[in-house]
Design a protein around this ligand. Structure first.
Ligand SMILES: C[S@@+](CC[C@H](N)C(=O)[O-])C[C@H]1O[C@@H](n2cnc3c(N)ncnc32)[C@H](O)[C@@H]1O
Length: 425
């Protein structure tokens, strides 16, 4: 496909996302299914235009003075993928090409509108309704943090130390700056794409997992010891259970529970591949779960959240998020904290993690939990962070000197919140 065809395809996909509210990955898959002539390079290029257009939706719309799919697709190609104005001379004979650029479009692409004059939320590419909370969190750095969340992400992998060391992995990926067991393919440029890690022998043999460095760090911050009894209360697909099993040297007990059976399902196969035999999956109706109450050394609550921290990877979620959804997540967070905390033994630890950076989902939830629940106290996570990842590397945010908030802007990871509490009675 020529460039014009790729831009027109991106416009079509953006229209689909806007009208059907289809998640971006699904919209791209649907488009590819009905356009079999598109090769893998075309699909990657179209994907890059679409993802970049969504990452920067409000700032691109401002600079194009237009938020139509056409304007966003052109902006995605130019400012996201580095296409030049000269390259945008679409071939009028090509029926797959968009119509030629108008004079106004040409002027706008040449940079007629200065983003510096735009409201802060537009410069930051954060939804307008969410801006006060976002700004409150990051104050002077809020625009920079928003912009960091709109960048392309790296592809991070975690080395499964049950099967390999970092130096054993055959790859062009580089070590991650903080995680001692992470490898990174940096963000791609232009129309590039990341290597297909899942088809490598190391992945198939369970030596590596795809996992963002932030997710690796929160798992390592739990400092689970060989022999511990650990409950992963919101285990989802088991990503953190697997990381914990590696850190524990496959000695001890890990119970992976989630209210949603379907989300939990891949954990069996993933544990097998990783050789993580200490993981016991407890799926609903979870008859064996109540017997574990009060007996766990560590309980990890990787709570359901708005997922702000993953906007680099799921930029469509940023514009779909509503105040109602935030409220629903907040209620679920109260539930999982109350329920999960019952499993911690006296002298054990409770970890509260989200992939959000909103104080309402993070510090506020932890403080409200401590207020209504006897016997738990908040410890400093910063000390463990420095112990495990050194004092010289990038530092997470900490509003209270105890909890940690990692962000693309501070630690170069997805956004994650981490708090550790100890049970004393
Ligand atoms: C952030 S995801 C977990 C991701 C997972 N830990 C990982 O590393 O891949 C949050 C999970 O919480 C689960 N959840 C929501 N409400 C729950 C509840 N009341 N009890 C247990 N799990 C719950 C959801 O089904 C979802 O899988």
């Amino acid at each position: 496909m020529r460039l014009g065809g790729r831009i027109a395809a991106a416009e079509e996909v953006l229209l689909d996302i806007g009208t059907r509210r289809t998640p971006v990955a699904l919209a791209l898959r649907d488009w590819a299914k009905s356009h079999r002539f598109a090769g893998s390079k075309d699909r990657a290029a179209i994907g890059n235009i679409v993802y970049d257009a969504l990452r920067h939706r409000s700032s691109f719309a401002y600079r194009m003075d237009d938020d139509s799919p056409r304007a966003l697709a052109i902006a995605g190609a130019v400012w996201g993928c580095g296409v030049s104005l000269e390259q945008l001379n679409f071939d009028v004979e090509d029926r797959h090409s968009p119509s030629p650029l108008t004079e106004t479009e040409r002027a706008l692409i040449s940079g007629k509108i200065d983003l510096k004059d735009a409201p802060d939320w537009i410069q930051a590419d954060v939804p307008e309704w969410l801006w006060p909370a976002f700004e409150n969190n990051f104050t002077d750095e809020a625009i920079a943090e928003g912009q960091a969340l709109a960048q392309r992400p790296p592809l991070d992998m975690r080395v499964n130390t049950l099967k390999a060391q970092r130096s054993d992995i055959e790859t062009e990926a580089v070590p991650t700056p903080l995680s001692p067991i992470g490898l990174r393919h940096p963000p791609v440029d232009g129309f590039g794409r990341h290597p297909d890690v899942q088809s490598t022998a190391d992945y198939q043999r369970g030596k590596i997992e795809i996992q963002d460095e932030g997710s690796q760090l929160v798992s390592l911050l739990c400092a689970a010891q060989p022999g511990d009894k650990v409950l992963d209360y919101c285990a989802g697909g088991g990503g953190k259970s697997l990381a914990l099993a590696g850190d524990m040297g496959n000695r001890g007990e890990i119970y992976a529970y989630d209210i949603d059976k379907r989300r939990l399902a891949p954990t069996w196969q993933r544990s097998d591949r990783a050789g993580a035999s200490i993981i016991e999956v407890i799926a609903p109706p979870a008859e064996t779960l109540p017997a574990l109450k009060g007996s766990m050394d560590r309980v990890l609550i990787d709570a359901p959240c708005t997922g702000l921290g993953t906007w680099r990877r799921k930029p469509d979620a940023k514009w779909r998020l509503t105040e109602n959804a935030l409220e629903r997540r907040r209620k679920e967070q109260v539930t999982v904290l109350d329920q999960g905390s019952e499993f911690v033994k006296v002298g054990g630890f409770l970890f509260y993690v989200t992939c959000s950076m909103l104080a309402e989902e993070n510090e506020a939830q932890v403080y409200a939990f401590l207020e209504r629940t006897k016997g738990f106290s908040l410890l400093s996570a910063g000390e463990v962070f420095e112990e495990r990842f050194g004092v010289d590397g990038p530092k997470p945010w900490s509003e209270d000197g105890l909890t940690l908030t990692m962000t693309p802007g501070s630690t170069g990871t997805d956004g994650f919140f981490f708090a550790v509490m100890e049970r004393s009675q």
